[in-house]
Design a protein around this ligand. Sequence first.
Ligand code: 5RP
Length: 266
Amino acid sequence: MDWGMRNRLAQIIQPDGHCFFMPIDHGYFQGPTSCLERPGETIKPLLPYADALFVTRGVLRSAVDPVKSKPVILRVSGGTSMVGEDLANEGLTTSIEEILRLNVSAVGMSVFIGTKYERETLLNLAKLVNECERYGIPVMAVTAVGRELEKRDARYLALCCRIAAELGARVVKTYWCEDFDKVTNGCPVPVVMAGGPRCDTELEVMEFVYDGMQKGAIGINLGRNVWQNKYPVAVMKALHSIIHKKATAKEAHEVFIEEKNKIMKK
Ligand code: 5RP
């Protein structure tokens, strides 16, 4: 692997081999998502605990301080919306010149496997990899399910992750599911877990993250379960303890309660 590629991967994946990405890209198809209306305000207290931000160029330029920024994974796919015909019909939105101009550590785009747009989104991934590898920029593939959240099972996600890796993604982001080791075992590149819609309890979040880490994930890219929580800093600290301090789900939950109580006393 060339120096530039290794260096960029090291910016987003920590020396312990793990990572905690903070996604704030939801607006690219959802509009002003709850708690992300002002992304700059949302991320301010959370940034110290994140290893990288997953963000579009619009929010990056308008809401992220270029001087004090964390490493950036730039979302470079889009073109659809919640109110449009089909969320799967995404294209590439950002040129390689723009990717270089923004000096990002990596780029990310969605593939929609098993949909009408499977071929197009997979060929978009291949095209992006061709462009980005030339400049040593890692591509993170996002195995998207659109509105079909029930698709999140090991057989389907393993298929998606493997295909994304075969096409050249350096990292794959997918959903946690039961038997998550079937997903990681079949994927030759690092796998990161997304969060999905909010879980009922914080303990549930800690449990699935811990389980996924035990079963081979290298980290998380968790948004709504963090910044839509009433105590987002407490959730960040708790998750950070699983990702980088080897805490169990129960220990992480104790961190959450402790931090929450501290905030409530203020
Ligand atoms: C949105 C994304 C998000 O980055 C991803 O889904 C993670 O966020 P969340 O934890 O809220 O699901 O790719 O398109």
